[in-house]
Design a binder for this molecule. Structure first.
Ligand SMILES: *[C@@H]1O[C@H](CO)[C@@H](O)[C@H](O)[C@H]1NC(C)=O
Length: 223
């Protein structure tokens, strides 16, 4: 079982290096449930294992002294399963070179670290106009995802250098199966396994077709 797990995670690594423009964070879901603080977070976009993917146009900026990592945006990762491993990926087009950094924080981290609280509050205020949802009093396991987006290109076009255009991204929350394998990679894994098994049989079949020919050739050499 250990060997299998090892092979699978190596395999997962291989697959992930194929996406050039993917950044991700892997984490274990926390064990503490919260109800407090939920209402402040209602303005954020939500990712859950059942609604794991959103597409957004993220604002970016070139790094400055004040914001060395660019523009920050926040998302709410909800309905997580206690201690389960998850990853969040962000994917974007190679034509929009950007440095993304992903971090997840617990509710208590936010409360304790002033800079985080300030950034989150600012972001929530910028979102307020668009959403105002009802408060749920459910106990939940959740995390807050911070995405930092810094433009990473150089052009002689002054307009673009002063105001880099927003970057289209997919943000995907992916729970791991058994804490070893990202669920969304299952179809790819199944495809590769089918391909491997299929080619084993096909090569056997082709070999059985070739064998008589090879046999007679060898015979004619002997003669
Ligand atoms: C600079 O980029 C902007 C936005 O893409 C474009 O509208 C403008 O024509 C460009 N200017 C030059 C001088 O290429």
């Amino acid at each position: 079982m250990k060997l299998l797990a090892c092979c699978l995670s190596l395999f997962a690594l291989l697959i992930n290096t194929v996406h050039a423009n993917t950044e991700k964070v892997i984490f274990l879901a926390p064990t503490t449930q919260h109800t407090s603080g939920l209402s402040e977070y209602q303005a954020l976009d939500v990712l859950t294992p059942l609604a794991p993917s959103i597409r957004r146009s993220l604002p970016v900026a070139f790094p400055t002294d004040q914001h060395p990592e660019g523009v920050e945006s926040w998302y709410w990762l909800k309905d997580l399963r206690q201690r389960q491993r998850h990853e969040v990926r962000i994917c974007w087009a190679a034509t929009q070179p950007t440095d993304f950094r992903l971090d997840v924080f617990e509710h208590k981290d936010i409360a304790e670290q002033h800079a985080l609280l300030e950034s989150l509050t600012q972001f929530i205020q910028s979102q307020r106009q668009t959403k105002e949802a009802a408060t749920s009093a459910k106990e939940e396991i959740f995390l807050l995802l911070r995405i930092q987006a810094a433009a990473d290109f150089y052009t002689t076009n002054k307009t673009l250098m002063q105001k880099p255009p927003p970057v289209d991204v997919d943000i995907i929350l992916d729970p791991y199966l058994d804490n070893i394998f990202p669920t969304s990679l299952l179809p790819t894994a199944a495809y590769i396994v089918c391909l491997a098994v299929g080619s084993w049989y096909v090569s056997g079949y082709i070999w059985s077709l070739l064998k008589p020919v090879a046999g007679t050739e060898a015979k004619s050499h002997e003669d």
